[in-house]
Design a protein around this ligand. Structure first.
Ligand code: SF4
Length: 190
């Protein structure tokens, strides 16, 4: 959801570069994943739970799943930093839809925990979020099947993107501008 081109560079081209965001995320997830399953305030918390959905064509892993005595199942996603767009809600909703298919039961709500505020947001999986999540899944699948590299967004997202050095958004989004700069450089040098 961050950028369709980033998704294709990773999953079609097989590129991966780290930046401070990916390193912090990896470090944080290693800590979360290393936690053992345990009982907390009367419910069981399972860690690093594998998830899948035949219907949606998804596989993944949940940071934590709470199993409550009343039978309710609640996914919890841990995020390093603060709230940033609705990607975490869509990610969590995809986890809920996997759990619903795996366990044949409703999963109506989950939580996203943010390290910056050390609080968690309650995310109800309403119809609008479910439709948005399925639309994102379809869009990603379409791009991956087409093996197509979408155009560079070349906006504020790029400065924080892990793949900026591989993507070169300014070059691919404005080839004319780059050609002019090169021509000026060559003129100055001659
Ligand atoms: S640098 Fe910009 S256009 Fe390129 S993948 Fe990252 S966000 Fe997308």
């Amino acid at each position: 959801m961050y950028c369709p081109r980033q998704c294709a560079l990773i999953h079609v081209e097989g590129l991966w570069d780290d930046n401070r965001h990916t390193v912090r995320g990896e470090h944080g997830h290693r800590r979360v994943d290393s936690g053992a399953d345990r009982t907390e305030r009367g419910h069981v918390v399972l860690r690093a739970v594998p998830l899948w959905s035949e219907r949606l064509g998804l596989t993944g892993r949940a940071d934590a799943i709470e199993m409550h005595p009343d039978g309710s199942v609640v996914p919890v996603e841990y995020k390093i930093g603060g709230r940033h767009g609705d990607a975490a809600s869509v990610q969590l909703c995809a986890q809920a839809m996997c759990l619903e298919e795996m366990l044949a039961r409703d999963v109506p709500v989950g939580f996203v925990w943010y390290s910056k505020t050390r609080r968690r947001d309650r995310i109800p999986f309403d119809t609008a979020l479910r439709q948005r999540t399925e639309a994102v899944i379809l869009e990603v699948r379409k791009n991956l099947e087409a093996q197509r590299l979408p155009p560079a967004v070349d906006d504020a997202r790029c400065t924080e993107c892990q793949l900026i050095d591989s993507c070169l958004p300014e070059v691919v989004a404005h080839p004319g501008r780059v050609a002019r700069h090169c021509a000026e450089l060559l003129r100055c040098g001659s």
